[in-house]
Design a protein around this ligand. Structure first.
Ligand code: GDP
Ligand code: IMO
Ligand code: MG
Length: 423
């Protein structure tokens, strides 16, 4: 069976930490979409490490980690990351597997990402510039190169053909930066990739499932960045929701059991696009400083705001969330008052739905207010020790969403997680 851990907001909910926490219970940990736009932070032996391409189960010895077919893979990032995990004693040659159907991110995809953002001016998406959009465009446009193509003696030729196509687009966008250094490291990294276990991802995973092994699918980005159901066009280019597990790994929907949705106790977003509960005041600044809300991939300050239950309920619906894991609750420790958005006023109409054209609408949030708990919770061990005011806050959220909150994360450390025994 397959369980899923994915983000319910605009990314950076703390998925990496939660996957690392649960990974020991599974045989295989698999990324199913996205690419190095992801930045998943883990603490291993009290040292911080940020993973972009490799699944967050990599620090558990004897667990298989799979980069699935739905991922777009940058060999250069992969190589750097392999070097940093091996400094922790991880033998990635043994426990990292890559699907031959995963598409490659080429240097020109990164250039196209940059050129496209520059051409958009004020309307830019705020992409991480890792080449994600152009790589997925080449996949759906049926032009892309895949990991399996590396085995083909004709690979360099295929690369040159695609590069020529990209050059025409880059010329149209007036992009004239020299990317020869990127190409050099790309080809070096391709050589490095030859040492990996490259497998037919869909057979690999289904055979393991048939043998009774268990899979934890690790989402990247968040549900509100989903290309179909997120805040289009300010989204990423993949299906970040649970449906993406089936298309990204090649597993049937009946194989999916639990969907653990991860949400912060408040809300953040990095990059452009609508964010109804965004704060521009001292409270927003406090969230950013206390929560250390700076992008794990780009270092950009994250936009901060109160929790948005309208968007969260929408995400629970899209994903079929069976349990909610609430992270960064400790960041709210010092607040006198906490707010939650329970409805939107859009064009004068009260609604509890996320409109498809959210990016074009002016939204006024409707607020519910709760007193803060004013207690340092980061060292607590048991749910029963949590302050009453905090239980009221989380129980209100669980009841609004009609989803149990089974775990509450109270700090970045692997063990700073409290289980709710009776959700
Ligand atoms: P991901 O992309 O969803 O894996 O999340 P990121 O790693 O980009 O961002 C989450 C950040 O919050 C990281 O710096 C984590 O170390 C940190 N973090 C995770 N859980 C908690 C928590 O419960 N409390 C605090 N204070 N920090 C946390
Ligand atoms: P994790 O997995 C937060 C955002 C970018 C931008 C938009 C499109 O760490 O949660 P892209 O590079 O995909 O073209 O960017 O999506 N974005 C993320 N925001 N966390 C992420 O990943 C993100 N990956 C992309 O900031 O707004
Ligand atoms: Mg992140």
């Amino acid at each position: 069976m397959v369980d899923v851990i994915l983000g319910l907001q605009w990314g950076d909910e703390g998925k990496g930490k939660i996957v690392d926490y649960f990974a020991g219970r599974y045989d295989i940990i698999a990324r199913f979409q996205g690419g190095p736009n992801a930045g998943h932070t883990l603490y291993v032996r009290n040292k911080k490490i940020v993973l972009h391409q490799i699944p967050s189960g990599i620090f558990h010895e004897k667990k298989i980690n799979l980069i699935g077919s739905g991922v777009v893979l940058d060999p250069v990032t992969l190589r750097k990351e392999c070097e940093s995990v091996s400094a922790f004693g991880v033998d990635y040659r043994k426990n990292l597997f890559i699907s031959d159907r995963a598409h490659l991110i080429l240097p020109t995809h990164r250039a196209l990402d940059k050129a496209s953002e520059q051409s958009k001016g004020e309307e830019k998406i705020g992409s991480t510039l890792k080449g994600i959009g152009p790589a997925y465009m080449d996949k759906t446009g049926r032009n892309g190169l895949r990991v399996g193509d590396l085995m083909d003696r004709n690979f360099t030729n295929q690369y040159i053909q695609l590069r020529l196509k990209h050059q025409k687009l880059l010329d149209l966008l007036n992009f004239s930066e020299d990317i020869s250094a990127w190409e050099q490291e790309f080809f070096d990294a391709l050589e490095f990739m030859r040492q990996f276990n490259i497998v037919s991802g869909e057979y690999f995973i289904n055979e393991k499932i048939s043998d009774g092994q268990t899979v934890l699918a690790e989402g990247a980005q968040g549900s509100m960045l989903d290309v179909d159901f997120g805040t289009f066009p300010f989204v990423t280019s993949s299906n970040t929701i649970s449906a993406g597990v089936c298309t990204g790994l090649g597993v049937a929907p009946q194989k999916i059991r639990d969907v653990l949705g991860v949400s912060k106790a408040y809300c953040t977003r990095v990059g452009g696009g609508p964010f109804p509960t965004e704060l521009f005041d001292a409270a927003g600044e406090t969230l950013r400083e206390t929560g250390q809300e700076f992008g794990s991939t780009t270092g950009r300050p994250r936009r901060c705001g109160w929790i948005d239950l309208v968007a969260l309920k929408y995400a629970c619906m899209l994903n079929g969330v069976t349990q909610l894991v609430m992270t960064k609750a400790d960041v709210l420790d010092a607040f006198d008052e906490l707010r939650l958005c329970t409805a939107y006023v859009s064009d004068g109409q009260l609604t509890k739905r996320v409109p498809a054209l959210l990016a074009k609408k002016h939204i006024e949030p409707v607020w519910e207010s709760f007193p803060g708990w004013k207690t340092n919770i980061s060292a607590l061990k048991n749910y029963s020790d949590l302050p009453e005011a905090m239980k009221e806050y989380t129980e209100f959220i669980a009841s609004y969403l009609a989803v149990p909150i089974t775990y509450i994360s109270i700090g970045p450390g692997r063990d700073q997680l409290v289980r709710n025994p009776v959700p």
